[in-house]
Ligand binder design. Structure first.
Ligand code: TRP
Ligand code: ZN
Length: 869
């Protein structure tokens, strides 16, 4: 076996475990370098497994200290132990108790999987397969057990000791140690196990569930930062209330805790009753967090909380079913945020994210079905496809069957699968049962990789007052047509044509479940513009040949806010790909009219309309031979032209939205919307007139009373080379020298400056005292922002951008393969680049490939990136 092609695990090879574990008793003695873990496992042969099979427990880097079976030590020939596995050759064919002691070093754990320490705090991360780095176990989600955990530690080192479930007892052990006992009555897979020990401050409140249970809710943070945890705690309470009203789901323990830690591989983790978070998604104050940070905190708190039902009470049978919990939970957190904020504005944000991350993934070598059929390293499948396309599938299902039936189906799903490890089939079966529909064809969405293309062509017969829409779908690969819900309407000169009738539409939605179909509208009294895929009713690429004027009619007149925004985006995208001064001026005129009519009525929406499609989106729209510099220049020129043309309007917006002196900051959606439009106006003014823009941005920087406005002004200034920019960057760093999360914004901003000098700047910043390769947030802020957010410099023609990222991947791989592999996915679109750049990317990828001893994580991404077309 060659190390560079790790073996694949396949869905078709799934079979039930030969053994089950009913109860787990853990005794964990925390120590910085020698933590003792004694696990007492109540095992029994699985009736669904192979009779008489050997018992293989998973391990990862483990050292066995002691082992006995039903209280008796095992003879050496009865078992075999290695760091990766503990085997009992002939285990009893009846229930038995195995006691396994291991010793681990949490301080040396740089992978941040299993038990580790960050800033002196002990914490765990077990999804997907970190529990096997703590003790030998059947580490698979269909093995569910009831856990009792005793944690012991030195009192001064870890005054706070937290586990899953409910606290049972606590007390001293000798003079300076103490313990806490936790019991979780809900059977769970090992990936939901967690403990925390450390010096932590907390904010707390209680929530009474609709079932009458009083829940102690707490958010734990670094002592002294308690005030910054208030918003997260409030989001916990709002999430609990919302899941009761929106889904009828109540919380099921007496305690719900969130702990913020500094070094964390991802955003957060839904461990039962003890969610552990990257502190970036907990800590917020007006001085240190932006509106976007507040929104992300709210969404991620909700996401992890919602997992309590979609993921924990109903978990996954195997990791191929990951979308069962992740796609569904993203859908649920999106609905929550839409209810807390502006639904249309949030929908636009969701789709922007999908197009920025999922569409390119689905078009490149890392593409995979929402439910993959094989993997080498499961940690590489926590992807935009599984999460975000997974959520779109749930949304389509709701659109197809209607919201009331969807709710009934969800109730059915939870009822039928509570306490079980389920599959995508189980999910769909619940909806088939309550609606009587056959969802077999719909299920293709889980199986087919790639983004379908939806093509629409309209003909209009004025004499017959009839309009015909021909819809067709295409997606390379075998498997037949998908079921595509297409929300649509017709828009006349004065607005939607309400008199037009089409029998194939139900609630404004047509269902395209064949390769093509024709929709006939009668009573169409003028030539309409079709408004298709309203609210982005399906994750497809729409091919609709409208003129700019027709699109701008949609911007002005459509009833669907999403498509109004989409129309402006489409016009702008075409102007980036194919610049034309006259058409740009017409676009500017339409934007003027739009701003005059309603900029101040819905500032958040107006800000989105003013935001041009990203350079990444423009690259994604090209067939091949992408030249990031050309895209950058075209987009830059369009911004400048619009900035000049709209200058008067932008000035007026700027003045109208100036905050009142002394007004307190509030992170609510309305206030955030006003800030976003005012900052968008500033940015466009600066694009059109850099000199005036620099002065104005410097002024705004001085006046700013919150991080949103301060960072926006700094961002505007960061695009204008000169002494003012450097002075402002230095002042910002000095002001926030002791705030790592704020310095991350400073790292990120500089890493995305689209200038050749950025490379040198990053090299300098890598030596900055606040930068650390051991903290994933720092690496993502500096190198991740560069790789994913600076297309002209990452894909520099000389290859130096690729080399910088490649060197970071190589340097990080042995310490933290998960974060290294994630960073490496930035090369996913390399084949679509113009040839000389693609050659440079290949050179760097092959250079990494030559490094001996690459992790499975990096080897897997590398292999697929180089091999896939
Ligand atoms: N299940 C987590 C979520 O989506 C994410 C997660 C998966 C994770 N694997 C992880 C977080 C590893 C941290 C580290 O909410
Ligand atoms: Zn999740």
């Amino acid at each position: 076996m060659r190390t560079e092609t790790p073996p694949l695990i396949r869905l078709e090879d799934y079979r039930p475990s030969d053994f089950l574990i009913d109860r787990v008793d853990l005794d964990i003695r925390l120590d910085p370098h020698a933590t003792r873990v004694t696990a007492t496992l109540a095992l029994r042969p699985n009736p669904a497994g192979e009779p008489g099979a050997a018992l293989h427990l998973d391990g990862d880097d483990l050292a066995l200290v002691a082992l006995d079976l039903d209280g008796e030590p095992l003879a050496p020939e009865a078992y075999a132990a290695s760091p990766a596995r503990l085997t009992l050759h002939a285990p009893p064919r009846r229930p038995f108790v195995l006691r396994v002691a291991t010793q681990v070093d949490p301080t040396a754990n740089t992978k941040l999987m299993g038990l580790y320490r960050t800033e002196g705090v002990y914490c765990t991360q077990c999804e997907a397969d970190g529990f096997r780095r703590i003790t030998y176990f059947l580490d698979r989600p269909d093995v569910m057990a009831v856990y009792t955990t005793r944690i012991e530690a030195a009192r001064d080192e870890a005054p706070v000791l937290l586990g899953n479930g409910n606290p049972v007892e606590a007390g001293p052990v000798g003079a300076d140690r103490h313990y806490a006992l936790w019991h979780d009555p809900h059977p769970k897979p090992a990936y939901l196990f967690a403990i925390v020990g450390g010096r932590l401050g907390k904010v707390e409140t209680t929530f009474t569930t609709m079932e009458g249970r009083t829940v102690a809710c707490a958010v734990y943070v670094e002592p002294g930062k308690e005030a910054r945890a208030a918003y997260a705690l409030d989001a916990v309470v709002r999430s609990m209330a919302w899941d009761e009203t929106a889904f009828g789901r109540a919380y099921d323990l007496d305690v719900f805790s969130v702990v913020a830690v500094s070094a964390f591989n991802m955003g957060a983790m839904e461990n039962k009753g003890l969610n552990i978070f990257n502190d970036k998604y907990v800590l917020a104050s007006p001085e240190t967090a932006t509106d976007a940070d507040y929104a992300a905190i709210e969404a991620i708190i909700a996401h992890e909380y919602f997992h309590n039902w979609s993921g924990n009470r109903v978990t996954c049978r195997d990791w191929f079913q990951l979308c069962l919990k992740e796609g569904l939970t993203v859908f649920r957190d999106q609905e929550f945020s839409s209810d807390m904020r502006s639904r249309p504005v949030h929908r636009i944000a969701e789709v922007r994210g999908l197009r920025a991350r999922q569409f390119p993934e689905d078009a490149g070598p890392l593409r995979h079905p929402v439910r993959p059929t094989a993997y080498a390293e499961i940690n590489n499948f926590y992807t935009a496809t599984v999460y975000d396309k997974g959520a779109e599938i749930v949304r389509m299902l709701r659109t197809l069957i209607g919201a009331p039936a969807f709710r009934v189906g969800m109730d059915r799903y939870f009822a039928d699968n509570d306490g079980r490890a389920a599959t995508v089939e189980d999910f769909l079966a619940a909806f088939a049962a309550v609606t009587g529909r056959d969802l077999a064809q719909f299920a293709r969405w889980y199986e087919r990789p790639g983004t379908p293309r939806l093509t629409a062509r309209m003909t209009y017969d004025a004499a017959a007052a009839r309009c015909t829409l021909r819809l067709s779908q295409s997606l390379p690969g075998a498997g037949g047509p998908l079921v595509i819900p297409v929300a649509l309407g017709l828009v006349g000169e004065a607005g939607p044509l309400t008199g037009a009738a089409c029998p194939a539409l139900s609630d404004g939605v047509a269902v395209l479940d064949r390769a093509e179909t024709e929709l006939v509208f009668e009573g169409v009294t003028e030539r309409p513009v079709p408004s298709l895929l309203r609210d982005f009713s399906a994750p497809v690429r729409l091919d609709l040949d409208l003129t700019d004027a027709e699109r701008l009619r949609l911007l002005a007149r459509d009833a669907d806010p999403f498509n109004r925004w989409q129309a402006a985006q489409d016009v702008a995208l075409r102007l980036i790909l194919d610049p034309d001064a006259a058409r740009a001026t017409a676009f500017g005129a339409a934007l003027k009219a739009f701003l005059d009519g309603e900029a101040l009525r819905d500032p958040a929406f107006a800000a989105l309309v003013l935001a041009l499609p990203s350079e990444g989106e423009a690259a994604d729209a090209l067939p091949a031979e992408v030249d990031p510099d050309a895209i950058h220049r075209a987009r830059w020129d369009l911004r400048a032209a619009l900035g000049r043309q709209l200058r008067g309007r932008l000035e007026r917006i700027d003045a109208a939205l100036a905050p009142e002196a002394g007004a307190p900051y509030s992170p609510d959606a309305a206030a955030a919307g006003r800030r976003s439009l005012r900052n968008a106006a500033l940015d466009l003014i600066a694009a059109g007139d850099p000199e005036a823009g620099a002065a104005r941005a410097a002024e705004r920087l001085a006046e700013a009373t919150n991080m949103t406005d301060r960072l926006a002004a700094l961002g505007t200034l960061s695009l204008i080379p000169g002494a003012a920019r450097e002075a402002a960057l230095d002042a910002f760093a000095a002001r926030y020298a002791d705030e790592p999360l704020v310095l991350d914004k400073w790292f990120a901003l500089q890493a995305t400056i689209p200038e050749p000098g950025t490379l040198e700047r990053i090299a300098r910043l890598q030596r900055h005292p606040a930068f650390a390769m051991t903290n994933p947030n720092r690496v993502r802020a500096l190198v991740g922002s560069f790789a994913f957010g600076n297309p002209t410099q990452f894909a520099r023609a000389d290859g130096a951008g690729f080399a910088l990222v490649g060197d970071t991947v190589a340097a990080l791989d042995s310490a933290n393969p998960q974060v290294a592999a994630r960073l490496l996915t930035a090369f996913g679109s390399w084949r679509r680049l113009e040839k000389s750049r693609a050659a440079k990317a290949a050179e760097i990828l092959n250079r990494i490939k030559a490094i001996p001893g690459l992790s499975r994580d990096v080897a897997d991404i590398l292999g697929r990136t180089l091999e896939g077309g």
